[in-house]
Design a protein around this ligand. Structure first.
Ligand SMILES: [Zn+2]
Length: 229
């Protein structure tokens, strides 16, 4: 009886609050093909192979097109991370599909230990895509970093001698942002999340910006360890 009440409560909660549906698990499947850094084919679980393939456009990021210099290496990164992987999708409940019929989604890779890795975030952290916040969907890309554990904010260790050109990733349109970057309210400097200085800063001083330009417009200056202009 108690279980039934709990189930009923969950059903009611889902009915009342559409936001409760906005989470990974709306569709599950396997990556069958990587078109480029932001477009992926997924075979949806439980469907006939002829109709189960959907095209997913990773939400709120932009990766260089295949006819650009960087396109092939971005595709290669996505292939390496995703080909054949089990994934779960958080589909955009506002728009569903984009103008080209692709499902707009945040794609999570299912790890062996059951954890989910946000691939939209990962490809930005890895430098093969940048944020492009299409405001018409349900997602707020900056939240992927704000909610992340600080030590986990970047999955790549950044070598001490490597700095990132803040405008290194050129995407297909002008709306592309190079962020996210994190500012330190105590020092007035901003960093890429991978920066060792960012990881060691006091969490209570962290302020996130969607781009380095955004950070500079609020008076922050680039960290000389991780960023140059
Ligand atoms: Zn830094």
């Amino acid at each position: 009886m108690r279980n039934e009440i709990i189930s009923l409560s969950i059903i009611l909660m889902l009915l009342i609050s559409p936001i409760a549906l906005a989470a990974p698990g709306e569709a599950n499947g396997t990556v069958t093909y990587v078109v480029d850094g932001d477009t992926i084919y997924v075979q949806i679980q439980g469907y006939d192979t002829r109709i189960g393939n959907i095209t997913v456009r990773l939400a709120d990021i932009d990766s260089p097109e295949m006819n650009t210099v960087k396109g092939p290496s971005c595709k290669q990164f996505a292939q390496l991370q995703l080909n054949g992987s089990s994934v779960t999708l958080d589909l955009d409940d506002k728009t569903g599909k984009d103008g080209s019929g692709r499902w707009v989604a945040v794609l999570y890779r299912k790890e062996q230990d059951g954890t989910l890795v946000n691939f939209n975030k990962m490809i930005v952290d890895s430098g093969y895509a940048c944020i492009c916040d299409y405001l018409n969907n349900e997602f707020d890309p900056l939240a992927w970093w704000i909610d992340a554990d600080f030590a986990e904010a970047c999955r790549l260790e950044m070598p001490d001698n490597r700095r990132i050109n803040c405008t290194d990733v050129k995407c297909s349109n002008n709306k592309c942002f190079d962020g996210p970057v994190v500012g330190n309210e105590a020092t007035g400097k901003y960093h890429y999340p991978c920066c060792p200085r960012a990881k060691e800063m006091d969490r209570s001083n962290a302020i996130w910006f969607i781009s380095s330009e955004d950070a500079r417009s609020r008076g922050y200056v680039p960290c000389n360890v991780c960023c140059y202009l």
